[in-house]
Design a protein around this ligand. Structure first.
Ligand SMILES: Cc1ncc(COP(=O)(O)O)c(C=O)c1O
Length: 372
């Protein structure tokens, strides 16, 4: 049995550190925000190459508050991609703005910068590139287009802790960036969590107020805010885990390199980061037109897989009111129909990678045999 993700293995490896950290919060009663969250904010901002970190209760809240702090609201258009988790688009609507979607590059699954430029209107105020699967979007052209059109850039870095583009970390390139600490993420809490990072002191101050009822200090509410605070226990857990994150990321990259070598040689479509991108493999996705059959066959051999994501957001019933239709974003639609995520977590062994790769290659070869 090879699981898709093994949270238990990770907890077991750091159990005593985690248990001590949680006991510390219980003893100090710093349940909401508090010193552990404040230290995590400093440490995670530094890790991401940004000046300020503001802990919130989810990646979705981080996106929502980033948009609000940037002054995005009704009448504004925000450009992003349909091949993402639904939260990216939901957050734009929470802010009262209109999501405008553009297609992806079929090789990276990230925003196509040429499509971004073509979608800009006089109402466009912001762009949210999503660093999908842990691979950063093509930030140079995106930032250049944004600068020319005076757009705010908010990185959706919810899947990209520690990813790099030309030596710069996810979170250090946009005006603001949103991270998720959902348990399965590369840096995951033991509950919900998220963070906004930015190097702009005014934006940081606004996000900090908005996440705690818009208050400058207790009962001094200067903005209409939210209860989006990060819990102390999550802060303590995440601080322990942050100390291990680089080693875990290298574990993922090692596993990905094994997959690459075996699957690439067999002609399977594998992730293709450019030499200047540090992929952190939140997800390791291959592609196949036989996805359902492959998923069932792998499952029958005890190999769990996932799909990130089976539907592009514009084809989900909840977002039919955006007015898009099938065929509008062919690359996103095809990717959603074909991607298959293989087991990926830092503790995945070479042997497990080989078992998975062998099973996938057999499926690919049996398809070729059937076709000939
Ligand atoms: C790309 C992307 N954006 C946003 C989110 C939302 O994060 P959360 O689940 O912490 O609200 C997620 C994670 O689920 C994500 O993968």
């Amino acid at each position: 049995m090879i699981p898709f993700l093994d949270l238990k293995a990770q907890y077991t490896s750091i159990k005593s550190e985690i248990d001590t950290a949680i006991r510390g919060v219980l003893d100090s009663c710093g349940y909401i925000l508090g010193p552990e969250v404040a230290k995590l904010e400093e440490e995670f901002a530094a890790y991401s190459g940004a000046q300020f970190g503001i802990g919130v209760n989810s990646g979705t809240s981080a996106l929502h508050l980033s948009l609000l702090a940037a002054g995005i609201g009704p009448g504004d258009e925000v450009i992003t991609v349909p091949f993402t988790f639904v939260a990216t688009i939901a957050a734009i609507e929470y802010a009262g703005a209109k999501p405008v979607l553009v297609d992806i590059d079929p090789k990276t699954y990230n925003m196509d910068p040429a499509a971004l430029e073509a979608a800009i209107t006089p109402r466009t105020r912001a762009v949210i590139p999503v660093h999908l699967h842990g691979l950063m979007a093509e930030m140079d052209p995106i930032l250049e287009i944004a600068r020319r059109h005076n757009l705010v850039v908010i990185e959706d870095a919810c899947q990209a802790h520690g990813a790099e583009y030309k030596g710069k970390r996810a979170g250090s390139l946009g005006d603001l960036a949103a991270f998720s600490f959902y348990p399965g993420k590369n840096l995951g809490a033991y509950g919900e969590g998220g963070m906004v990072v930015t190097s702009n002191p005014d934006l940081a101050k606004k996000v900090r107020m908005l996440r705690d009822w818009g208050a400058e200090k207790k009962y001094h509410h200067v903005l209409k805010g939210y209860n989006y605070r990060l819990e102390g226990i999550q802060g303590a857990v995440l601080r322990v885990k942050l100390r291990h994150l680089e080693a875990w990321t290298e574990g993922r990259r090692r596993a990905a390199a094994h997959y690459d070598r075996l699957l690439g040689a067999a002609g399977i479509v594998i992730p293709e980061p450019k030499p200047y991108q540090r992929h952190v493999y939140h997800v390791y996705a291959i592609r196949t037109t036989q996805r359902q059959a492959w998923q069932e066959a792998l499952n029958a051999r005890g190999i769990q897989t996932g799909i990130h994501y089976p539907f592009p957001v514009h084809l989900l019933p909840a977002y039919s009111d955006l007015g898009y239709k099938s065929g509008d974003f062919p690359h996103a639609e095809r990717a959603a129909a074909e991607v298959l995520s293989l087991p990926m977590f830092p503790e995945l062994t070479t042997e497990q990678c080989e078992t998975v790769a062998r099973a996938v290659i057999e499926l690919a070869e049996s398809k070729l045999a059937a076709a000939s």
